[in-house]
Design a protein around this ligand. Structure first.
Ligand code: FCB
Length: 472
């Protein structure tokens, strides 16, 4: 039975999108190793900072961890078959560094490489283009014990690891990103400690960020050396456009600051080889230790910028006496959108225009050669009644509206190459554990049964409609 000939109507919501996207546009879904694989102790994998963080009481919702997750390590062939059934022509996944180098450096674990080798072959056999992320937050614990991202050596260790992977997969994989969302690794992991490794120190966030950026730049030539001519190499950033909550003059300054601290902190060094002016002073930290030549390495040209976007941020100048909810800045604060706005289970406002705005802005200000939306999606409180469907019409609408935002960006000349829904499967949502479901496929964790949600059916129907439009 195909996805679309189920008795229930495949889509109760329109799949119509006026634009025919380019025939080679990547329509995919994304996942990350620690969030779906499980099998954390198998085939020689070493421990990561997330294993340790999750094992620390009070860090992750209900003490959840990635030991089983969506059991993808064992169910990989079934999951690839599911992608094919949905008609995806691309899949973004990450490689677990501790599977490849259990100690972070040194001895290579061939069984770890074998797993991704099989995954890539399975994808290619189904006509699904792999997009590899080399680092989606599961740093080998052994490296953390030597300082993790606060240690400059970790950047060099990452480049060595990247080379090990690309030597195995570079003959077949053309789409590579070094890091996923270094802002999260640095700020959430080292600044406010809500992610692994749980350090709460502003100064550390900026030091970690610099080494992450350096790791990215150092890895690029290593990737280039072992990939095909058509390879697209880059990085994925989480970018959230910032809007003014009111028209006060000091709010404009707040917008500029928030943009600098969430977006330009990473965009400027990568595309311009400089940190934004005043970044460190505004953050109240000393500049990190930057060695001669670092910024040139960080600004090594990339082919592809991956953008993850879920929502927007609405800010105003901090009202005197309001304590900072987080330590982002004592100068601005986030404001909730007004009545009539809707929110996902993460508490993130649904605001599709943010996606077209951020794409157009990045194109205008930084002109990457190519852009892919490497994550976009929503958590809702899905209920499964034991049938073969999960009704998640809010997610259908969310994805539909965000694809419409892509149309707008394309119409404005953004060199957009692909779109990846976060996520293919429900999975371990970091500090939120399994309490938040982002999948277009539902996971019944006790049985590991996969049930395609209405949003998965919608996306499949949409992709099929695109194919028909292209053919006609
Ligand atoms: C992003 C992460 C991804 C997932 C989504 C919801 O920040 O890259 O792993 O957790 O958020």
């Amino acid at each position: 039975m195909s996805i679309t000939d189920n008795k229930k109507p495949a889509t109760r919501v329109d799949t119509h999108i006026a634009t025919t996207f380019p025939a080679d546009f990547l329509w995919g879904a994304a996942t990350a190793s620690y969030q779906i694989e499980g099998a954390t102790y198998e085939d020689g994998r070493g421990p990561s900072i997330w294993d340790q963080f999750a094992a620390t009481p009070g860090k992750v919702h209900q003490g959840d961890n990635g030991d089983v997750a969506a059991d993808h390590y064992h169910r990989m062939p079934e999951d690839v078959a599911l992608m094919a059934k949905l008609g995806l022509n691309a899949y973004r996944f990450s490689i677990a560094w501790p599977r490849i180098l259990p100690q972070g450096t040194g001895t290579v674990n061939e069984r770890g490489l074998d797993f991704y080798d099989r995954l890539v072959d399975a994808l290619l056999a189904r006509g699904i283009t792999p997009l590899v992320t080399l680092y989606h937050w599961d740093l080998p614990l052994a490296l953390h014990e030597q300082g993790g991202w606060l240690n400059r050596h970790t950047a060099f260790a990452f480049a060595d690891y990247a080379e090990v992977v690309v030597q195995r997969l570079g003959d077949r994989v053309d789409w590579w990103t070094t890091l996923n969302e270094p802002w999260c690794s640095a700020y959430l992991g080292y600044g406010i400690g809500v992610h692994a490794p749980g350090i709460r120190d502003q100064q550390s966030a900026y030091g970690a960020a610099h080494h992450l950026l350096l790791a990215h730049g150092l890895a690029l030539p290593r990737l280039r050396a072992h990939t095909r001519r058509q390879a697209q190499l880059g990085i994925t950033l989480n970018l959230t456009p910032v809007y003014a909550a009111n028209d006060h003059l000091e709010t404009l300054r707040a917008v500029e600051l928030a943009d600098k601290m969430s977006n330009r902190w990473f965009l400027d060094p990568i595309f311009r080889g400089t940190y934004p002016e005043g970044l460190f002073a505004d953050a109240g930290v000393a500049p990190p230790s930057i060695q001669d030549g670092d910024l040139a390495i960080i600004a090594t040209p990339i082919d592809l910028l991956g953008i993850n976007n879920y929502s927007r941020s609405l800010v105003r100048a901090r009202v005197e006496g309001n304590g900072a909810a987080d330590t982002t800045s004592t100068l601005y604060e986030q404001v909730a959108a007004g009545a009539g706005s809707s929110y996902t289970e993460m508490g993130w406002e649904v605001y599709p225009q943010a996606l077209s705005d951020v794409l157009v802005r990045v194109h205008r200000d930084y002109a990457p050669r190519a852009i892919a939306v490497t994550e976009n999606g929503a958590a809702f409180a899905d209920q499964w009644d034991g049938s073969d469907n999960v009704s998640d019409l809010q997610r259908v609408r969310y994805i539909h509206e965000h694809i419409q935002a892509l149309e707008q960006a394309l119409a404005q000349g953004v060199p957009l190459r692909g779109y990846f829904v976060w996520s293919l499967l429900d999975n371990f949502e970091w500090a939120e554990g399994y309490s938040k479901r982002f999948g277009i496929v539902y996971i019944d964790y006790p049985t590991q049964r996969r049930i395609v949600k209405e949003s998965g059916r919608w996306y499949a129907a949409f992709i099929a409609a695109q194919r028909r439009q292209q053919a006609s």
